[in-house]
Design a protein around this ligand. Structure first.
Ligand code: HEM
Length: 499
């Protein structure tokens, strides 16, 4: 008995032998196809392992203990790719340079920021960044890039040096300060000068910085989930946003009317035009982009300046070479500090970069997936991350992976020296304090110039000693920084006159 005659299909019994053979071949092929599809589909569609947690709120509890704590617990159990369910959302972590390639490189149509960074909209204001289509956002990021070109950076450095000189002149000959709050203050002054412009820095500083303070305090962990919740902090935020728009509208009108040009980001935005339409930015958009720049650059830079100082003052073996480099640079250029001179400070650069490796202020980067994608772990496991998942990667965790960084928890700026270059051993995404790929930080050069200016000025002019215990990490902050005070004793000196 053949296969077909055993089937309860009367029509088949009447078929010619040739038909039967053809049908046999076709159905065998069909069966093979179905089986292979089923088999390979289940292999291809293997989902990432899930964090075990109680239903409904289990994932939230794990997540609320702090994402880095959760990652540290789950990574040894589940590996470098896993999913946690937080309320009705699946968040899939991609931890490691190989695993996060798609995260950083995928086009916006597959992996986007808009959904996950929506909570910024009430702060930056409508019509900018995460409130606009990708094509408009790309144009707005072009305005940022253009305002941070080398020619502009050169004039920003003049402002940075000027602000640092004035600020530290007030310290006097010796004393004790909380370095953290001092640097926060200096960075606000510098950012105001370089980004918001002369008018704000010279005339409206206190008023504008109070309003920024209200904006800042209006961005809470709860704001990420419910950005429009009518709580007092959000109401103050919205009021401050309106007042800032009024202040900037006046400044922009005055500048336009006087025809006078300044060297700051505000001027760059006033001069910018959308390529698609040829129109200039509205005053409201300019205000929004300036707020976005300040939010991107202010806490991140002041936190990094503080960690850099704390590490160098603690590890004298690394401070020595930094001071030697300052002496060398002074020999070549006197006490001049400008864009080119700062560019010669490689030891200082590595010291900042290492502080940032250990303490990236943005500990989680997020995207929303619009399309399933495959990810392969270092160990060779392959998973499919389904569309609709939020994907996350973590600079704070990935920057300390022991297969990339030797003694990853130790401060060692020499790990970036030629010959070691640990930040490159596993490809482009081995070091992600500034993100990378399509949305890598546009302000990185600005941040380094600012932090180098501060520390070369301080080391050239003061002997410094850390007098409080080495600081801990403030994991509760939105931009993760330094916990408590960082007390430093200072005494005036001049590296230049030592020569
Ligand atoms: C130490 C200081 C800084 C750190 C650690 C830092 C870190 C980062 C990171 C991790 C991202 C990527 C976010 C993501 O992928 O979701 C980013 C993006 C960005 N940063 Fe920074 N940043 C710093 C300073 C600055 C400054 C000073 C500015 C501007 C003046 C700035 C402007 C931007 C902008 C505009 C983006 C968005 C780029 C895009 O999405 O295409 N950042 N930054």
């Amino acid at each position: 008995m053949d296969l077909f005659s055993s089937l309860p299909l009367p029509a088949l019994g009447n078929m010619s032998p040739a038909y039967r053979v053809v049908l046999l071949i076709v159905s065998t092929l069909l069966l093979a196809k179905i089986l292979s599809t089923l088999f390979f589909k289940s292999a291809r569609k293997k989902l990432p392992p899930k964090v075990r947690a109680l239903p409904l709120i289990g994932g939230v509890r794990k997540f609320m203990k702090g994402p880095i704590n959760m990652i540290r617990e789950e990574y040894p159990r589940l590996g470098s790719v896993f999913t946690v369910k937080v309320l009705n959302r699946n968040i899939t972590f991609l931890l490691g340079p190989e695993e996060s390639v798609h995260f950083f490189k995928a086009p916006e149509s597959e992996m986007s920021q808009q959904e996950v960074y929506q909570y910024n909209v009430p702060t930056f204001g409508p019509g900018v960044v995460f409130d606009v289509d990708y094509s408009v956002r790309m144009e707005q990021f072009r305005f940022f890039s253009e305002s941070l070109r080398v020619s502009s950076l050169k004039s920003y450095v003049e402002h940075m040096v000027h602000e640092a000189e004035n600020f530290f002149a007030k310290w006097g000959d010796e004393g004790e300060v909380d370095l953290k709050s001092e640097l926060e203050h200096l960075i606000i002054l510098t950012a105001s000068r370089c980004l918001l412009g002369r008018e704000v820095r010279d005339q409206l500083f206190q008023n504008v910085s109070d309003l920024f303070h209200d904006l800042d305090n209006g961005m809470l962990p709860i704001s990420v989930l419910f950005p429009y919740l009518p709580i007092p902090a959000h109401k103050r935020r919205d009021k401050a946003r309106k007042q800032l728009a009024d202040i900037f509208a006046k400044i922009i009108q005055n500048r336009r009317a006087s025809g006078k040009r300044e060297t700051d980001m505000l001027q760059a935005f006033i001069d910018s035009k959308y390529r698609a339409t040829g129109r200039s930015l509205t005053d409201y958009e300019i205000t929004g982009l300036l707020i976005a720049a300040l939010f991107a650059g202010q806490h991140t830079s002041s936190i990094t300046s503080t960690w850099t100082g704390a590490y160098l003052l603690k590890h004298k073996q690394f401070l020595g070479p930094v001071l030697d480099e300052q002496r060398d640079v002074i020999k070549r250029h006197g006490d001049k500090l400008d864009y080119d001179v700062l560019g010669e400070m490689d030891v200082l650069y590595r010291s900042i970069k290492e502080a940032l490796r250990l303490h990236p202020p943005l500990i989680l980067l997020l995207r929303y997936t619009h399309k399933d994608f495959a990810v392969k772990t270092r160990e060779g496991d392959e998973y499919t991350v389904p569309r609709g998942h939020i994907v996350a990667t973590s600079p704070a965790f990935a920057n300390r992976l022991p297969y990339i960084y030797r003694d990853p928890d130790n401060y060692d700026p020499d790990r970036f020296l030629p010959g070691r270059e640990e930040d490159k051993v596993a490809g482009a995404f081995s070091y992600i304090a500034f993100g990378g790929g399509r949305h890598g930080c546009l302000g990185e050069p600005f941040a380094y110039l600012q932090i180098k200016t501060i520390w070369s000025h301080l080391f050239r002019n003061f002997e410094l000693e850390l007098v409080s215990p080495f600081p801990e990490i403030d994991w509760d902050a939105m931009v993760v920084g330094v916990k408590g005070k960082v007390m430093v004793r200072y005494k005036k000196r001049s590296l230049k006159s030592e020569e």
